[in-house]
Ligand binder design. Structure first.
Ligand SMILES: [Zn+2]
Length: 238
């Protein structure tokens, strides 16, 4: 049938045209969905808002302060930050050699490391550590409904981490509104995945402590509320 060559229907219902001559990169998604995957890691993933992260960062700060661990925690985050500057492609998991290993596999890693060092050089190590820890707390508290897949979480993690710097944004002048409009510069999906791998490896152990601390704190609060309730309820009930 003429014209149907390469015509497909995306999951979202929109018809699109796949490149019939492409042997690889044949996508099952329309342009809009492809963009969404590149930015958010998954078509179904709702983006994490900065406010969500900010709120948890504040909770973490309070918790760290309460336990008088502020200096130690900040020292750890600074230490991780400076270690990240020393990461090289050798530290990344190399793709499994299968005889036809693509030489450009290393290119993505180099890209990821360049971006890593660009961003690290522009953000505060402590704040950045808290943002990443907050993402793990968010994942623990909101679970799978908030992050629809592993990629969904990883892409949001990288996005929130990069969003701390204006380096991750481009801008265009909007004549109608007479102001500069920023947009988030997407990285190729592989670069994002490599970056997330580096961040998860570097911050995983710290994030583990943070999520446990938050959970314990919530349990303590619940116990306290129960005690309060038991002590005062008889006084106020008729
Ligand atoms: Zn689509």
């Amino acid at each position: 049938m003429k014209g149907s060559f390469g015509a497909r229907v995306c999951q979202c219902g929109k018809p699109f045209h796949a490149n019939p001559f492409a042997s690889t990169w044949v996508s099952n998604y329309c342009e809009a969905c492809r963009k969404r995957i590149k930015r958010h890691g998954d078509v179904r993933q709702t983006p994490v808002r900065k406010g969500e992260v900010r709120e948890i960062v504040m909770r973490l700060k309070r918790l760290v302060k309460q336990t008088r661990q502020q200096e130690q925690v900040e020292a750890v985050f600074r230490d991780i930050g400076s270690r990240l500057l020393d990461v090289t492609t050798d530290d990344l998991t190399q793709p499994v050699p299968n005889g036809k290993q693509k030489p450009w596999a290393n290119l993505w890693m180099t890209c990821a490391i360049d971006e890593l060092q660009r961003v690290i050089g522009d953000i505060d190590a402590v704040q950045s550590g808290l943002v990443i820890a907050a993402m793990f707390v968010l994942q623990q508290e909101k679970g799978p409904p908030r992050f629809v897949s592993d990629d969904g979480f990883r892409f949001q993690l990288v996005r929130m981490w990069r969003s701390q710097t204006t380096l991750a944004f481009g801008s265009t002048y909007d004549a109608k509104r007479d102001k500069a409009i920023g947009w988030y510069k997407d990285l190729p999906a592989r670069v994002t995945r490599h970056l997330s791998e580096i961040l998860v490896t570097a911050y995983g152990p710290v994030a583990g402590y943070m999520t446990t601390a938050v959970r314990k704190d919530r349990e303590r609060q619940a116990v306290f509320r129960a005690k309060l309730d038991a002590a005062f309820r008889p006084l106020v009930t008729d």
